[in-house]
Design a protein around this ligand. Structure first.
Ligand SMILES: Cc1cc2nc3c(=O)[nH]c(=O)nc-3n(C[C@H](O)[C@H](O)[C@H](O)COP(=O)(O)O)c2cc1C
Length: 350
């Protein structure tokens, strides 16, 4: 299976199959209602500054795609919407683009004035693997230029690699490789749906990265995605493993709390609406992130993405009104409780 097919298949699977657990961990977080908020909804300021860039509201459409023909349209639609809404965007793994596979599918984002553009490389590709496309410093430079990135995200996706046929499962040396990159480039580190623990956050904090996208469990499961691909090629072992690890990882809200280390945290993994964003900010995130929640729209048009993002922003504003918060700083101090499985996770992690 080459990269081009893999990225196209990920989109197909995420558009058509059940790839997230039924349980919504972000719904376990309940902001405390303020019946007498004493603020004017018209005056609510949702803006935040992240990595020196001002966002109109605290959201990034995180890494999704690139590297096959259909990805150009998806990235173009997302970039147009993010530019108009004034929020951040990440492109998918640039492994394909740096070796010359459909570079236009990434480069398209440069046509739009996205306030925070995030490039993307995989940590497993920073160290020797049995796959040949090892990414060195020159390729990182290319990845940055391809999308004119303000920041580069190094993704951690060993769950996916472990279930993927022929996955890159050597994790030895990744930390050192990330540390070396952080000396040269503005770097963030992101998970891809299994979450970041306090130990990993603390180790990453020490090496000069700018922030962490915790990308916890509860949204897109790459174990599920790879399960469908394994079923397709009739690899029974990997298909069964994909099922076993479907909901492996730290639920996103629990990861957000566990990973608090003083670095700006992006809360993602299963964020579906503006209330979830408000919840994440109250729990300590500097910004939230969505991927799958806008994918269907991104496959259709920029207008569809804009409509969805506008809805999310309006929901955020209503949550701010109903908690009496006129700006994001106040929201970060809003009272909340955590119920259900997420509450149990937080108790267990204490
Ligand atoms: C179709 C698809 C492809 C993705 N590809 C990448 C990728 O190339 N690099 C990466 O860092 N994350 C990738 N992700 C992970 C997302 O950026 C995000 O961390 C994860 O999906 C959790 O967010 P969600 O629950 O809102 O989807 C991808 C997600 C989806 C849905």
């Amino acid at each position: 299976m080459n990269i081009r097919n893999r990225k196209a298949e990920h989109i197909e699977i995420c558009l058509n199959e059940k790839i997230a657990p039924d349980y919504c961990y972000w719904d376990d977080v309940k902001l405390i209602h303020n019946a007498l908020p004493e603020i004017n909804a018209d005056d609510i300021d949702t803006s935040v500054t992240l990595f020196g860039k001002k966002l109109d509201f605290p959201l990034i459409v995180t890494a999704i795609t690139g590297g096959f023909k259909g990805a150009e349209k998806i990235n173009g639609n997302i970039a147009e919407a993010c530019a108009e809404l004034g929020i951040g965007m990440g492109v998918g793994s640039e492994r394909a683009g740096v070796i010359g596979v459909e570079p236009e599918s990434y480069r398209i984002v440069r046509e739009y004035d996205v306030p925070l553009m995030i490039g993307n490389v995989g940590a497993p590709q920073l160290v020797p693997q049995h796959s040949k496309d090892f990414i060195g410093s020159d390729e990182i430079e290319t990845a940055r230029d391809l999308v004119d990135a303000d920041v580069i995200a190094v993704h951690l996706n060993y769950l996916q690699e472990a279930i993927q046929p022929g996955g890159d499962t050597n994790a030895e040396g990744c930390y050192t490789a990330i540390r070396e990159l952080a000396l040269k480039y503005p770097l963030i580190v992101k998970e891809t749906g299994a979450g970041i623990s306090r130990d990993v956050a603390a180790r990453l904090k020490g090496i000069g990265i700018l922030g962490i996208d915790i990308a916890g469990m509860g949204g897109t499961s790459f174990s599920a995605v790879e399960m469908y691909r394994a079923q397709d090629i009739k690899d029974e072992i990997l298909a069964e493993m994909g099922k076993t690890f479907f909901d492996w990882g730290i639920p996103a809200p629990a990861s957000l709390v566990d990973a608090k280390c003083g670095l700006p945290l992006i809360a993602s993994g299963g964020i579906l609406n503006g209330v979830h964003i408000a919840n994440s900010i109250a729990m300590g995130a500097g910004c939230a992130g969505v991927a799958n929640a806008i994918l269907k729209e991104a496959a259709v048009s920029a207008d569809a993405v804009k409509k969805k993002l506008n809805l999310i922003k309006e929901e955020l504003k209503v949550a701010m009104l109903l908690t009496g918060c006129s700006d994001i700083k106040q929201l970060s101090n809003a009272r909340y409780i955590v119920l259900g499985k997420t509450g149990q996770w937080l108790e267990g992690l204490e």
